[in-house]
Design a protein around this ligand. Structure first.
Ligand SMILES: *Cc1c(COP(=O)(O)O)cnc(C)c1O
Length: 447
C-alpha cells in the first residue's frame, strides 16, 4: 500500500468505520460482510487510495528518487527501523532503490493472488531469482534443485554461484519421494563441515518438458530430512501463475515469477516478483535494498494495469490452448502434443496436476512428424502466430527450442530432456481460437 509517513498513529477499528476523522484515510475494502473479495475484484483498487493523489482514479507514476521526511525525528525513526535498532523494520518510503508507491501497490496486488503475507517486485525474473539466491546462499552451501530449470537459472546456480564455492545437486522434475529423499541425504552429507543445504529450488512445470514437481511431497521430504532448521523451498511459478497454480498453498515458502510472461502479459515489459511470508522475504528485501534489483515505477505501473486483466487473459488463453491442442493432437502430421490437459488418467503426473493445478496453461510442445526441416517449414508458414521466444503474451508465439533457446545445451543433455529436432514450443494468446486453428492447419499443410 502507499505508505503513510512514519509518525502516523496506528489504525483503529473506529478509523475503519469512519467514525473518527483520519489524517490519511485509506479504504482497504477486502470484504463485503463475510464475503472475501476475489483477486479479480481487488486488482482495480487494492493498495491505492485516490485521496492521497489529488483524487486521481488511477495511481500516478511516482517519478522520484527520494522522499521527504516529515521531521528529523521521523527520519531517525526510519533509519532505526532499517538498521534493526528498533524492532518492526522500516516504515514509509525514503529512497527509490528501496521502494516506491507504484512498486508497493504492485506488491500488494500480486500478493493477493497467492494469499501471500508479502510480495517484492524486481527489475526482471532473473534479478528476482538472483536476489533470492544471494539472500539465502553462503560459501560452502549446497543448493538442491529440480531439473531442468530455466537456462539462465541453471547458469546462475551452476556457474556463477559455483565461483563462490556453492555446489548443487538436482533431481528430475517428475521424481518420486525416494529419489528426493536420496538427493537430500546426499546434500546433507556434502554440506556437513562446509556449510548448509541453503535452499531447495523448484520449477514446475519444467520447460520445455512440462514435467510437474510434487511440491507437497518435496515439502514432506524436506521436513523429514531437516526437522530442526529446514531450508526454504522456492518455486518458479512463471508458467502457471498466478491463476493456475499457487505454490504457497502447496508447501512452498517462496513463490517466484517472471512477471514478463503471463502477469505482464503483453510482451512489452520485463519484471519479476517474489511472494511469501514476511520472515522469508525480509532477508530478500534487505538484499534487494543493497543491490538495487527493484523494478522501476513505470514498469510497476504497467504490471498493475496488466493485473487488472490477468484473469481474463489467462482464462481466454487457456480455453484457446485446449481447442488448439485438441485439433493438433488428431492431425496426421503431428506425432504428439505435450500439453498438461492431456496427462494420462492414473499417472503420477496427473495426480500432481489434480492436486496442484487449476488449469493446463497455454504453453505446450508440439512434436511435428519429421525433424528440423519439417519443423522449420511449419514455423515459417505460420501467418498469425509470431516466431519468437517467450510466452504468456496476448499474442500466440512459436519457437524451436533445439535450434534457439536450447542451442547451446549439449546433445546428450538435450536427449535426456526430450528436446528433439521436431519439437516446436507454442504459447497461445487471446486471439480467436478458430483463427489460430486455421493458421496451424495451413502451416501443417506446408510441412
Ligand atoms: C522468462 C523466465 C524467467 C526469467 O525471467 P526474465 O523476466 O526474462 O528475467 C525465469 N523463469 C522462467 C520459467 C521463465 O520463463
Amino acid at each position: 500500500m502507499v505508505s503513510d509517513t512514519p509518525d502516523q498513529p496506528d489504525e483503529t477499528e473506529a478509523d475503519i468505520t469512519g467514525t473518527t476523522p483520519r489524517r490519511y484515510p485509506k479504504p482497504e475494502i477486502e470484504k463485503i460482510g463475510d464475503r472475501k473479495l476475489k483477486p479479480a475484484t481487488l486488482m482495480m483498487g487494492h493498495g491505492y487510495d485516490p485521496k492521497l493523489s489529488e483524487g486521481s482514479l488511477k495511481p500516478p507514476i511516482f517519478l522520484t528518487s527520494t522522499f521527504a521526511f516529515e521531521s528529523a525525528a521521523a527520519g531517525k525513526r526510519h533509519f532505526e527501523g532499517v538498521t534493526g535498532k528498533r524492532p518492526g523494520g522500516s516504515e514509509g518510503l525514503v529512497y527509490s532503490r528501496f521502494n516506491g508507491p507504484n512498486q508497493e501497490i504492485l506488491e500488494d496486488r500480486l500478493s493477493v493472488w497467492e494469499d501471500a503475507e508479502e510480495g517484492l517486485v524486481f527489475s526482471s525474473g532473473m534479478s528476482a531469482i538472483a536476489t533470492v539466491l544471494l539472500a539465502n546462499v553462503h560459501q560452502g552451501d549446497v543448493v538442491v534443485h529440480s531439473g531442468p530449470l530455466y537456462a539462465a537459472t541453471e547458469t546462475l546456480i551452476n556457474r556463477v554461484l559455483g565461483r563462490f564455492g556453492v555446489t548443487f545437486l538436482d533431481f528430475p522434475a517428475g521424481a518420486g519421494r525416494e529419489e528426493v529423499d536420496a538427493i537430500l541425504e546426499l546434500a546433507k552429507t556434502r554440506a556437513m563441515g562446509n556449510g548448509r543445504v541453503a535452499i531447495i529450488y523448484l520449477e514446475s512445470p519444467a520447460n520445455p518438458t512440462n514435467a510437474l514437481v510434487d511440491i507437497e511431497m518435496v515439502r514432506d521430504a524436506r521436513d523429514a530430512a531437516f526437522p530442526d532448521d529446514p531450508p526454504p523451498i522456492a518455486m518458479d511459478n512463471t508458467f502457471l501463475g498466478p491463476l493456475w497454480q499457487q505454490p504457497l498453498q502447496h508447501g512452498a515458502d517462496i513463490s517466484l515469477y517472471s512477471l514478463t510472461k503471463y502477469a505482464g502479459g503483453h510482451s512489452d515489459l520485463v519484471a519479476g516478483g517474489v511472494l511469501g511470508s514476511k520472515t522469508c522475504l525480509d532477508p530478500i528485501r534487505a538484499m534487494r535494498n543493497t543491490i538495487g534489483t527493484i523494478s522501476d515505477p513505470n514498469t510497476a505501473w504497467m504490471v498493475c494495469r496488466s493485473l487488472e486483466t490477468v484473469e481474463l487473459r489467462m482464462t481466454r488463453a487457456g480455453e484457446n490452448a485446449e481447442k488448439v491442442c485438441t485439433f493438433l493432437r488428431d492431425h496426421p502430421k503431428v506425432d504428439n502434443v505435450g500439453y498438461l490437459g492431456f496427462l494420462e488418467e492414473g499417472s503420477s503426473q496427473r495426480d500432481i496436476y489434480d492436486r496442484h493445478c487449476a488449469g493446463a496453461g497455454s504453453t505446450f510442445s508440439v512434436f511435428i512428424k519429421g525433424g528440423e526441416a519439417e519443423s522449420f517449414r511449419f514455423l515459417d508458414a505460420l501467418k498469425v502466430a509470431k516466431l519468437a521466444v517467450s510466452l504468456g503474451g496476448t499474442e500466440t508465439l512459436a519457437s524451436h527450442p533445439a535450434a534457439m533457446t536450447h542451442l547451446s545445451v549439449p546433445d546428450a543433455r538435450k536427449k535426456a530432456l526430450g528436446i528433439t529436432d521436431n519439437l516446436v514450443r507454442i504459447s497461445i494468446g487471446v486471439e480467436d481460437a478458430d483463427d489460430l486453428i486455421a493458421d496451424f492447419e495451413q502451416a501443417l499443410a506446408a510441412v
